[in-house]
Ligand binder design. Structure first.
Ligand SMILES: C[S@@+](CC[C@H](N)C(=O)[O-])C[C@H]1O[C@@H](n2cnc3c(N)ncnc32)[C@H](O)[C@@H]1O
Length: 315
């Protein structure tokens, strides 16, 4: 590949018919199994969710690795301000991880705090069904429908990386539903990522195209920065908001771990992203991913950030 411009990767327009059909009505209960669609050899949630990442082993491996990188980035599984508001040793303390994926965060917290009761819920049954810590349960559920919990059930709700799962207009509804199941005085922690950048031409152009791709799906690429205000507008009290920045070109092991995560994320999102980048063959897409890796490695300014916002339902 010669020119550094991203546009040199573009070859042909992709046909609309190659895009994924997400027009399938979901139907979930805690007893049912979720269904999947196969597309380009990858498995996806078979629902009308806008979510554009697969639910196969490769993606689950990425999420597990990403969990431990995030734990290291933030110095723990959650902001310790939570401990000012509740006991994580008390047998009555109830924790929900909404959109738990493979359940890595919740099983890690369950092992650290063996007395509390934890529930993981996800639209896709990618969580463990048999082997798990004894204080953890998992169930199927869609945050955009009524969650299968009574009002005021949980002391602490964790919700992480819904950026690719919700349309901008769905965020307020999702925060309202979480507010409903949170106890008065309970804590919500929402952690979301930014776009990558700034950088030289290639990285900037990549970030712009990804932002346009998300906007074309009605999604908000900068939701992380908007969440504190959004939470307050939905009746939560803001407790704290911590932004951690990663330099993707830095040579320490954590930065390299996050670069690996960006690259795997880009690979796993191929069936959705490739048409928007007008990349029609595997070779073109692989060339783009390889170039993204090299550009990030040599660009001292290329950053990725995660913002973790802590909010409370008033007493
Ligand atoms: C990027 S993954 C993050 C998983 C986990 N929170 C973590 O940080 O490792 C997003 C998860 O949200 C789930 N998800 C997407 N839309 C959802 C919805 N409407 N309701 C519940 N879960 C949803 C996906 O199935 C996926 O497991």
């Amino acid at each position: 590949m010669g020119a550094s411009s991203f546009s040199s990767l573009k070859k042909k327009k992709i046909r609309m018919s190659q895009q994924i059909n997400t027009n399938v009505t979901p139907s979930f209960s805690s007893q049912e199994k979720s269904e999947s669609n196969m597309y380009e050899g990858r498995s996806y949630h078979n629902t009308d969710s806008i979510y554009w990442l697969p639910n196969d082993n490769e993606e689950l491996d990425r999420l597990i690795g990403q969990h431990f990188a995030l734990k290291s980035l933030f110095g723990g599984n959650f902001n310790t301000k939570v401990l000012d508001y509740m006991s994580m040793e008390d047998r009555t303390t109830k924790v929900l991880d909404c959109g738990c994926g493979p359940g890595t965060w919740i099983m890690d917290v369950a092992t650290e705090y063996p007395n509390i009761q934890l529930t993981g819920i996800d639209i896709s049954d990618v969580f463990p069904t048999s082997i798990r810590p004894p204080n953890v349960n998992f169930c199927l559920g869609n945050l955009l429908e009524r969650l299968p919990f009574e009002d005021n059930t949980f002391d602490f709700i964790h919700v992480r990386l819904f950026i690719a799962a919700l349309r901008k207009e769905e965020w307020p509804l999702a925060l309202e539903e979480l507010f409903r199941v949170l106890k008065p005085g309970g804590i919500l922690i929402s952690t979301e990522c930014s776009q990558i950048g700034p950088g030289r031409d290639f990285i900037n152009e990549f970030a712009i195209l990804i932002a346009k791709f998300m906007e074309s799906r009605g999604q908000e690429p900068e939701i992380a920065a908007m969440l504190p205000d959004l939470l307050v507008s939905k009746g939560y009290e803001l407790i704290d908001s911590v932004k951690q920045v990663i330099n993707l070109g830095a040579n320490d092991s954590l930065s390299r771990e996050f670069l690996y995560d960006v690259i795997n994320l880009t690979r796993n999102a191929k069936p959705f992203i490739a048409p928007h980048l007008n990349l029609t063959t595997d070779q073109e897409y692989n060339d783009m991913v390889n170039k993204l890796t090299i550009e990030c490695q040599k660009e001292p300014q290329a950053q990725w950030s995660f913002t973790s916002t802590v909010a409370r339902k008033p007493l």
